[in-house]
Design a protein around this ligand. Structure first.
Ligand code: ZN
Length: 143
């Protein structure tokens, strides 16, 4: 479901997809529901249990060795508005039309940017460092 929400490629990890979608993993959600049912006579139990669920999710997210690009400190999770789309998910996950990723999957001969010599084409490089302008047009939905 999170892959549908984020419009991500199937190569994305479930951990990264959940974070980008802002959706608590289903196993934590189910444990939360069980806890709420067992403590159903307590006031505001959902709010209290949700705090524990978020802490558990953060602990799992911090302990995973995967998704280091997505894991970078970001205000993303605390945003109050905005939706993800195909391009934003590629940028946040690193699983997209970036030569470093394509090379890792065997779909590109080299991980390097075609414009910049011996610099890996990563989301960070493309958005912040690369002199190519076509990527900005792509992100804005222009061709
Ligand atoms: Zn470049």
């Amino acid at each position: 479901m999170v892959i549908r929400v984020t419009i991500a490629y199937r190569t994305i990890t479930s951990e990264a997809a959940n974070v980008i979608a802002g959706m608590i993993p289903i196993c934590i959600t189910l444990a939360e529901d069980i806890e709420c049912y067992q403590r159903r006579t307590t006031r505001n139990v959902r709010t209290m249990v949700r705090i524990d669920s978020m802490a558990k999710w953060q602990q799992e997210w911090d302990s995973t060795e995967k998704c280091r690009w997505t894991h970078r400190p970001s205000p993303w999770m605390n945003r109050q508005h905005g939706e993800v789309n195909f391009y934003l998910t590629q940028f946040l996950s690193g699983h997209g039309c970036f030569r470093k990723h394509l090379h890792r999957c065997g779909h590109a001969a080299s991980p390097f940017c075609p414009e910049c010599e011996y610099v890996e084409e990563t989301p960070e490089h493309v958005i912040f460092d690369c002199p190519r302008k076509c990527v900005v047009k792509m992100a804005r939905g222009m061709q």
